[in-house]
Design a binder for this molecule. Structure first.
Ligand code: UGA
Length: 444
């Protein structure tokens, strides 16, 4: 099928590339000409394992092309996927200006029967809004004869695992009131839904809410565990045992129950707040989700509090140097948006400390996020970050941090303290190396 994907960000690039791998003829459209020029040479604006080689391969075989021109993109396609950003507006709501612009751009150039598929995470009612914008543009061009359907088809892929998640989805949500459009969506996703039907067909509004509900539920599980981890610390329990104890109940399940330094990224924080904000405008007090956000904001300070309390009896943090392992909000991505590492660094700097940071992938994005400062030194290896440091904080659980040389860590750190924000290590290993060890809720 002939497909155009609007927006070459995370979701758009992954979807466009995977759809071309599945045999479709795909154009990715983005108004950023520099980005498009680089993509033509298979230079990607984001880091995602395996994506660059797939892009290069699909460009080579001619099933993936890039353009910055709406005329070209819209004329090409029978199906137009909208995957533009929906960032957080100042009031916490989703900012729909890119969606509106995309809908208008499509409406201005639509010439044949098409499906407009909304892949971006959008508030309930957006498919309806897109339909009205496109109808308005068609009317002003006197082309109301052009038939089109708007389908809500949220994406559930995770950064760092995006290709696998796209190609092997747990479910495919299709929100549409048009039977002919559902049939075509069924055909597009047939290769991913072969052995059993993964398609869930519902109204556009239910599909839009399903996306927010998924992220909100996962964020709720994390905040729930983070809150319990504080309780466990105070009461003397071990949150990891509790996690196993509840996760084996098949009604609860094992996933997304890991207490840590708080959730970050471009999705959970933004989507939870957007749902709270949308509820407010409907007169619904989303008190559970407001609490999920509050708990997460508190959790992002937890490593700092532990570090500050350790150094309180050692002359305070002023003039101390803290090594940080991991800047990205999770492993295998260069994304630092809402990352717990940034919250920690800001607090450490305000308390007069300096930071030596290492991340295998996300240094360039962290540098941009933090702006120019002499107080943060970016290092090119995990052990280099320890040189001259007083303590180590582990914030992102990259594989390469899993089994470090604890004797070497102890020899490097002046105050011999490790703050483990992801419960990666066993206390006995660190204490055997003469290190002070602080984790999240495992009974300090
Ligand atoms: C999330 C969802 O998992 C995807 O299904 C969804 O498509 C995506 O948002 C989106 O809306 O685009 P992502 O933000 O890439 O994906 O990352 P996750 O793997 O979900 O992790 C989010 C955050 O939660 C990370 O900071 C991670 O460290 C934290 N987390 C995760 C925990 O603290 N504990 C856990 O048990 C799991």
């Amino acid at each position: 099928m002939r497909i155009t994907v609007l927006g070459s960000g995370y979701v758009g690039l992954v979807a466009g590339t995977c759809l071309s791998v599945l045999g479709n003829d795909v154009i990715c459209l983005d108004l950023d000409e520099l980005k498009i020029e680089k993509l033509r040479q298979a230079v990607l604006p984001i880091y995602e394992p395996g994506l660059d080689s797939n892009v290069a391969e699909m460009v080579k075989v001619g099933r993936l092309r890039f353009t910055s021109k709406y005329e070209e993109g819209v004329a090409h396609a029978d199906i137009i996927f909208v995957a533009v950003g929906t960032p957080q507006a100042k009031n916490g709501a989703a900012d729909l200006s890119f969606i509106r612009a995309a809908a208008a751009g499509v409406g201005r150039h639509l010439v044949k029967k098409s499906i407009i598929v909304i892949k971006s995470t959008v508030p309930v009612g957006t498919a309806h809004m897109v339909k009205e914008i496109v109808e308005g543009e068609l009317a002003s061009r006197q082309r109301t004869d052009v038939q089109f359907a708007v389908v809500s088809n949220p994406e559930f892929l995770r950064e760092g695992n995006a290709i696998q998640d796209f190609m092997r989805p747990d479910r495919i949500v299709i929100g549409s009131d048009d039977a002919w459009a559902v049939e075509i969506m069924r055909r597009i996703y047939a290769p991913l839904s072969r052995n059993h039907d993964k398609l869930l067909v519902m109204s556009p509004r239910s599909a839009e809410l399903t996306k927010y509900a998924s992220n909100a539920m996962l964020a709720t599980r994390i905040s729930f565990m983070n809150e319990l981890s504080r309780f466990a610390e105070a009461a003397g329990g071990n949150i990891e045992d509790v996690r196993r104890g509840i996760g084996e109940d098949s009604r609860i399940g094992r996933h997304f129950l890991y207490a840590g330094a708080g959730y970050g990224g471009s999705c959970f924080p933004k989507d939870v707040r957007a749902l709270v904000s949308a509820g407010r405008s409907l007169g619904i007090d989303m008190s559970i989700l407001a609490a999920v956000d509050t708990v997460n904001n508190q959790q992002k300070t937890i490593l700092f509090e532990k570090i500050a309390s350790f150094f309180a009896s050692r002359g305070g943090l002023k003039g101390k140097t803290i090594a940080i392992w991991g800047l990205a909000f999770k492993p295998d991505t260069d994304d630092v948006r809402e990352a717990p590492s940034l919250a920690l660094i800001e607090r450490l700097l305000s308390a007069g400390a300096q930071v030596r940071a290492y991340d295998p992938i996300a240094v360039h994005t962290a540098k941009t996020a933090l702006g120019s400062t002499d107080l943060v030194t970016f290092c090119s290896s995990a052990y280099e970050a320890l040189a001259g440091a007083d303590a180590l904080a582990l914030v992102t659980e990259y594989r390469e941090f899993r089994t470090p040389d604890f004797d070497r860590i102890a020899a490097s750190l002046t105050e011999k303290a490790v703050f483990d924000g992801r419960n990666l290590y066993a206390r006995a290993d660190l204490e055997a190396a003469g290190l002070h060890y602080f984790d999240i809720g495992r009974g300090n």
